[in-house]
Design a protein around this ligand. Structure first.
Ligand code: IFM
Length: 458
């Protein structure tokens, strides 16, 4: 195990693990569930690595008691999962599906019985397919659809759930799903993207208001993917390119919620968003979140490029730079998470930050029934250490969640990149806890058992 100084202990620090409905649940048509855009997209030929799909995934729908028992066994106190909108509202709006609500009731109760705190993400990319037939996120009516969904879920679970996140990584589901077409629903182009972005930003704030109105003591947050963006050289053109990419990846969704509007000065192409603005929208985009969830995995190095429309920037790939990477091709760079925490705090003076996802996909091999995933252990301890260093230096960081509990369906990449603390044999659904799972358990134990305010060495 890696030794490091974790700074002053904080008994209220939230250690957790994160998952998402489509990546784990399976049971896509069970007990009255409606189809989502991901159910449809991943069953279209040529969309997902090796023709894979999430139809069964980790079968979490049926196996959640076993998975929660693993969380309990590892002593992980917090579990973040998402609700599949189409499981509770198969038509997106209208008649709720009682069996779907019952599933989340059982899941939440089972967490609480095991003293695991549930954290709900309302939207982790699986829009009901029927709503996509009406334009999905490009249709401003999505605000009304989303409000109805959030009201249903928040009013039903508010008696047992304190921690809520509205959206998961809106730049990813709008960028990959409505600009690049590589994620569901497979739409492309600036027109789709700009409308989807503005409506998602409005829903981000509206969802927050709905939860807070229904559940005054709730901790309401939302999550953003983010990466340290650095220029490939100190030339003015590369520095400007890095600023544009930073605006797109790190600023576009948080700034309107803080009342700063979209960062159009940094990325002029975002002026397209103004076409979708109606009077009063600046106000509607604002919401004072109780916490901001940051999800940081890597660093981006970029240079100026005329051939990339709108952004005029392109990534210098980690392979070209000769740096270590994960199975996603992402650079391993714990400085990124440290600087992201520092930069977000310096820029926005946030009152409460939680790392709601961080983790790594590496190839695992089962030997004598065990998985000694050395690279993931290194990755996690280095990243956790970087986070705790930032906290020690005054960043209001109150939690850290590993992505993810079990290996699962990694979107367009299928089951190839394995991020889990727990391995799954997808033929048999047998679970094996990896060494990284035990390392994380150990680290949490060491950290939490230190007397308050005392320096910890983990
Ligand atoms: O698997 C995803 C998750 O759904 C959102 N954040 C990044 C993870 C790894 O790619």
């Amino acid at each position: 195990m890696t030794e490091f100084t974790a700074g002053e202990s904080d008994p209220n620090f939230k250690w957790g693990v994160s998952t998402a409905a489509y990546q784990t649940e399976g049971a896509i048509l069970t007990d009255g569930k409606g189809l989502s855009i991901w159910d449809e997209f991943s069953n279209r030929p040529g969309k997902i690595y090796n023709g894979q799909n999430g139809n069964q995934a980790c079968d979490f729908y049926h196996r959640y008691p076993e998975d929660l028992t693993i969380i309990q066994q590892l002593g992980i106190p917090n579990f973040r999962f998402s609700i599949a909108w189409s499981r509770v509202l198969p038509q997106g709006v209208g008649a709720p599906n009682q069996a779907g609500i019952d599933f989340y009731d059982r899941l939440i109760d089972s967490c609480l019985e095991r003293s695991i705190e549930p954290w709900i993400t309302l939207y982790h990319w699986d829009l009901p397919a029927i709503l996509q037939q009406q334009g999905g996120w490009t249709n401003r009516d999505v605000i009304g659809w989303f409000t109805e969904y959030v009201e249903l879920v928040a009013s039903h679970f508010k008696d047992r759930v304190e921690n809520w996140m509205v959206l998961n990584e809106p730049i990813v589901f709008t960028g990959a799903g409505y600009f690049l077409g590589i994620h569901a629903p497979g739409k492309r182009g600036m027109k789709n993207f700009s409308s989807a972005v503005h409506h998602a930003a409005l829903c981000q704030a509206e969802g927050g208001r709905v939860i807070r109105d229904l559940h005054s003591s709730a901790q309401v947050g939302t999550t953003f993917s983010c990466s340290l963006v650095e220029p490939a050289s100190s030339s003015r053109r590369d520095v400007r390119a890095a600023q544009r990419v930073d605006a797109l990846l790190n600023r576009m969704f948080i700034e309107p919620s803080l009342g700063r509007g979209y960062p159009i000065d940094q990325l002029p192409a975002l002026a397209r968003l103004e076409k979708h603005m109606k009077s009063g929208d600046e106000e509607l985009l604002k919401f004072d979140f109780d916490f901001i969830g940051l999800q940081c995995y890597t660093r981006e190095v970029v240079r100026h490029s005329w051939s990339m429309p709108y952004l005029f920037a392109r990534q210098v790939s980690p392979h070209k730079r000769g740096v270590p990477t994960t199975l996603m091709g992402w650079e391993v760079c714990e400085d990124s998470i440290y600087h992201i925490l520092k930069n977000f705090h310096r820029r926005y003076h946030l009152k409460n930050i939680i790392i709601t996802e961080n983790g790594a996909a590496f190839a695992d091999s089962v030997r004598c029934g065990e998985i000694n995933d050395y690279e993931r252990q290194q990755y996690l301890s280095n990243h956790i250490q970087a986070c705790l260093r930032a906290k020690q230096e005054g960043i209001p960081l109150s939690g850290y969640f590993v992505w993810t509990l079990t290996d699962n369906f990694e979107w367009a990449e299928g089951y190839r990149p394995t991020f889990g603390l727990v391995h799954i044999n997808f033929q048999t659904q047998k679970r094996i806890i990896k060494q990284s799972g035990y390392l994380y358990a150990d680290l949490i134990q060491q950290y939490l058992k230190q007397p308050k305010g005392q320096n910890v060495n983990i």
